[in-house]
Design a protein around this ligand. Structure first.
Ligand code: FA5
Length: 344
């Protein structure tokens, strides 16, 4: 066989072997077999020196072009192999995001929470800021400094959970008034939402419920300011046409005190079971901060005045969503809770 024929046969052999390569290891092996220092190509060219210069040139050129051809084919194969590996990896590690997940239900805000947020937003829009206080509270802040001394009959109004260490579960959010006034000088305009606890349980009373406290203290704050702010708030929650009335009442920490009623949203004021045939529903307690409270926190009642109010969030949620039994709000019954999806 002439050198030329040998080279052509080598080319054919290489082409065949390259087409059969299936891994990068065998690719490397074939490269060495044909193009390596002791490879087949080098081997054939060993006798090149014995040829005539003319022939040597011709065969040299042919050998070079075969070398380049094999290199080119190996490169192509390498590319194909890389693509194949990537494809296999993609197949193997494929993530099927169309499979339904194990836990795919969408949640919704609890009606008490969405009512709390909505009430807070109304007061935030009027310049109030949010304060928080602890649920385990000192007796002093929950009662004494709010002008409710130890033997005062008002302590019976709020049957209390006392703890062994002398502290208690706060019965209202009013102690946040005390904490705020001890911390900050007037002007003050805050609301304080949170959980409160009382020994109370019937269709409209729960042992744990939520209140929002409001407090505004500055020079020349009057009952007119209190009425104006509460009117804006109630109209935002219940609509512009809601009838509102202020009824004289008593709280030890406000003087004068009032309770605010709205026209019954169930019967439209005609009288029904929900409003106990009165046509009115009590919605919150309020009044002008008692001078004794100002003195307890070191604010001069001759220089400053203020108002405070406190409302039950469940009461408002119940009226908004026509819920007649408060207990259902805390039963965690999914069929009940799911009704509020998409409602704000
Ligand atoms: C108070 O708690 C006063 N701290 C409110 C206040 C603040 C008056 C500032 C003046 C100035 P009262 O006990 O009335 O007041 O409770 C306020 C509201 O909480 C009630 O109108 C009612 O909506 C709600 N509430 C009271 N007890 C319960 C209960 N057990 N379950 C659910 N809501 C309740």
């Amino acid at each position: 066989m002439s050198l030329k024929e040998e080279l052509t046969a080598l080319k054919e052999e290489a082409l065949k072997k390259i087409s059969e390569i299936s891994s990068s290891e065998s690719l490397e092996r074939i490269r060495v077999e044909f193009l390596g220092k002791k490879g087949k190509l080098k081997n054939i060219l060993k006798t090149l020196g014995k040829l005539e210069p003319e022939q040597r040139k011709e065969i040299g050129k042919l050998a070079n072009s075969i070398k380049e051809f094999i290199e080119e084919k190996l490169k192509e194969k390498e590319k194909q192999l890389k693509e194949k590996t990537l494809q296999e990896k993609l197949e193997k590690e494929r993530l099927d995001i169309t499979l339904p997940s194990f836990w795919h239900d969408i949640g919704a805000s609890h009606p008490v929470m969405s009512t709390l947020v909505e009430i807070s937003e109304i007061f935030l829009s009027m310049g109030f800021s949010i304060e928080e206080g602890p649920e385990v509270e000192y007796e002093e802040y929950n009662f004494d400094m709010l002008n409710i001394p130890k033997d005062h009959p008002a302590r019976d109004m709020q049957d209390t959970f006392f703890l062994n260490n002398g502290m208690l579960l706060r019965t209202h959010t009013s102690p946040v008034q005390i904490r705020t006034m001890l911390k900050n000088k007037p002007p003050i305009a805050i609301i304080a939402p949170g959980r409160v606890y009382r020994k109370d349980a019937d269709p409209t009373h729960s042992p744990m419920f939520h209140q929002i406290e409001g407090l505004m203290v500055d020079k020349d704050i009057t009952f007119k300011d209190l009425k104006g702010i509460l009117k804006i708030f109630l109209e935002n929650i219940f609509g512009k046409d809601i009838p509102i009335r202020f009824r004289p009442s008593y709280f030890p920490f406000t003087e004068p005190s009032a309770e605010v009623d709205i026209g019954c949203t169930v019967c439209g004021g005609k009288g029904c079971r929900v409003c106990k045939e009165t046509g009115w529903l009590e919605i919150l307690g309020c009044g002008m901060v008692d001078p004794n409270v100002f003195e307890a926190v070191g604010i001069d009642p001759d220089e400053y005045s203020g108002f405070a109010f406190g409302l039950g969030i469940e009461r408002i949620a119940m009226l908004r969503y026509q819920i007649t039994d408060i207990r259902i709000l805390f039963e965690n019954n999914m069929r009940f809770n799911q009704q509020f999806k998409g409602i704000r």
